[in-house]
Design a protein around this ligand. Structure first.
Ligand code: SAM
Ligand code: DTB
Ligand code: SF4
Length: 353
């Protein structure tokens, strides 16, 4: 019996990106490591860059739901798919602030506002900017995901106090055309460029479990890691399969392959927050624990993502307690976040974003 004592990626050339960035072969070699070797590697990268007991906690709110003209094959909010979703127009600022206050009381430090737009109009950006300013004034970090941005819009959001803009690559450039036809991969890079130019941090990741190959998962991570600089926040979503969307019925991804994807993301982007994002509701506590060990250090917290379910806050509080995890203080005000996720809650005080 042979014993694995080293691996093919331990050479300097493949362990860190060359000037040209991460190469696909080096990333695939990481994916191919024995599971325990990959986990050990990812955990040590995590530990070298973060306190591994800390997990950043964000809450999502859909501020404008459904009726989207795009054709993203995974998305329940695309108007062209019959998913039974009830659409709603842009919420009022006061409604949004009420939800942000609830999120803060439940222990979130970042509040992310999502809108089912292809690209917002300037007057819509002005309304969101008002919400951003109000959420920021509550002492929360702010994030928004509104679709593609036109020149000037990123600046308006930054001026209002937006910390992060979420805009995902979603998948590898070579698989992208099988998932989305109404806008190009390059459009996404262009929006991200505007976000950077406005001085905001980027939250950018993708979805796995859409029928892509391992090579394509590596391609997504390659595109993310080779951004200069890489995104500060990297959401790794597992496809939430919604009846009526074209991807409903896609063969499920092996959970260990999902964990491998998280681990490789951690190794490629050592200083980014890697978010265990959509898909947690269907994951066991044990699987989530493996993802945290692999270097995930951020979650969405609250019973709902945008339109689909997320673990309820009681389950997450219990999970944090079982694993000895604690909420990460915000970078803006270190040490000020006292997120008593383990506290007993009263009915109705949980974030229902
Ligand atoms: N409309 C904007 C856009 O597409 O950029 C913002 C909202 S959109 C719903 C934000 C992200 O949610 C998508 O880029 C995708 O990565 C993720 N998402 C949407 N539906 C999903 C699903 N069923 N499973 C996992 N992630 C999903
Ligand atoms: C991200 O990467 N995942 C979040 C957030 N960014 C906006 C959205 C997940 C959406 C899952 C499907 C839904 O709830 O509609
Ligand atoms: Fe629209 Fe965004 Fe959903 Fe695509 S992912 S259909 S752009 S809401």
């Amino acid at each position: 019996m042979s014993v694995v004592t080293s691996d093919s990626t331990s050479s300097r050339s493949s362990q860190s990106p060359a000037a040209a960035g991460w190469q696909r072969e080096a990333i695939l070699a990481l994916f191919a490591l024995p599971f325990n070797v990959l986990m050990t590697r990812a955990a040590s990268v995590h530990q070298a860059n973060f306190d591994p007991s800390q997990v950043q906690v964000s809450t999502l709110l859909s501020i404008k739901t459904g009726g989207c003209p795009e054709d993203c094959a995974y998305c329940p909010q695309a108007a062209r798919y019959d998913t039974g979703l009830s659409a709603h127009k842009l919420m009022s600022t006061e409604q949004v602030l009420e939800r942000a206050r609830e999120a803060k009381a439940a222990g979130a430090t970042r509040f992310c506002m999502g809108a089912a737009w292809r690209s917002p109009k300037d007057r819509e950006v002005a309304k969101v900017a008002e919400m951003v300013a109000g959420v920021k004034a509550l002492g929360l970090e702010t994030c928004a995901t509104l679709g593609m941005l036109k020149p000037g819009q990123a600046d308006a959001l930054k001026s209002a106090g937006l910390d992060y803009y979420n805009h995902n690559l979603d998948t590898a450039p070579e698989f992208y055309g099988e998932v989305i036809h109404t806008r190009a991969f390059q459009d996404r890079l262009d929006t991200l460029q505007q976000v950077r130019a406005a001085g905001m941090k980027t939250c950018c990741g993708g979805i796995v479990g859409m029928g892509e190959t391992r090579e394509q998962r590596a391609g997504l991570l390659q595109a993310l890691a080779n951004m200069n600089p890489p995104p500060e926040s990297v959401p790794i979503n597992q496809l939430v399969q919604v009846p009526g969307t074209p991807l409903h019925g896609t063969e499920a991804l092996d959970p260990f392959e999902f964990v491998r994807t998280v681990a490789v993301a951690r190794i490629l982007m050592p200083q980014s927050m890697v978010r265990l994002s959509a898909g947690r509701e269907s994951m066991s506590d044990e699987l989530q624990a493996l993802c945290f060990l692999a270097g995930a250090n951020s979650i969405f917290y609250g019973e709902k993502l945008l339109t689909t379910g997320n673990p309820d806050v009681e389950r997450d509080r219990a999970l944090f307690a079982r694993l000895g995890l604690v909420p990460m203080p915000t970078t803006d005000a270190p040490g000020t976040a006292h997120l008593d996720l383990m506290a007993t809650t009263q009915p109705g005080d949980a974030c229902t974003a």
